[in-house]
Design a protein around this ligand. Sequence first.
Ligand code: FE2
Ligand code: FE2
Length: 270
Amino acid sequence: MKILFLGDVMGRAGRAAVQTHLPRLREDWKLDFVVVNGENASNGMGLTGDHAKLLLEAGADCVTLGDHAFDQRDMQQFIEREPRVIRPLNFAKSAPGRGYRLFDAPGGRKVLVTQVLGQVFMKRPFDDPFSAIEPVLKSHPRGGLAQAVIVDMHCEATSEKMAMGHFCDGRASLVVGTHTHIPTADSQVLPGGTGYLSDAGMCGDYDSVIGMEKTEPMRRFLTGMPKARFTPATGEATLSGIYLETDDRSGAAQKVRMVRLGGRLQQAEP
Ligand SMILES: [Fe+2]
Ligand SMILES: [Fe+2]
């Protein structure tokens, strides 16, 4: 299966990049399944129902969220009506929506998508992601019930992301980090056939501080005194993520390639 995963869409610039590139990529790369992390798509904080629809219409089969899942309050209702939006499995016991779903892909194939939040350096304490994901992986065996298993590991620490990669190795087709908004250069296939990348990076303007217009974050670092709100940077965004090819029988990853299209981080297509 040919799969594309795109990192955190950041504000208007990020949404524009998805709308500009994704319809063409779906066709040119003959993509079977696309996951987009949308946790920052609405003004950099959370995701509205309207912007979730826009990402789905641009070609996402599934939209994942993150620690900002419900920053836009209408997501609390929207996620109950839209099963293609997935929130973190371990967000809160009372959270609306679902933390995993088995999706239909072309040719009768099934794709499991799930997301977990890490614990290291996160602002709010979340439940242990390893014990949260264990029963989901067990009940959706790769190469059995699911032809592909995609895990979005949403957290700060690269160590925690790598640990999740190895924890899922042999059971997931892809473990990909999100949340830091900075792409890492360690895409690989782990020994058990799990594609891995510590962070997909953001779909956003990289002339910024992790997607925010740089003046205010710099002022806060330099003076410790906030003066204005953070606003997403508005320059051309780079579409950032990972492309993956899997074996349909085993669900193992065969090929992984980092993707960075347009904007300041443009690189060659895979
Ligand atoms: Fe994010
Ligand atoms: Fe996040």
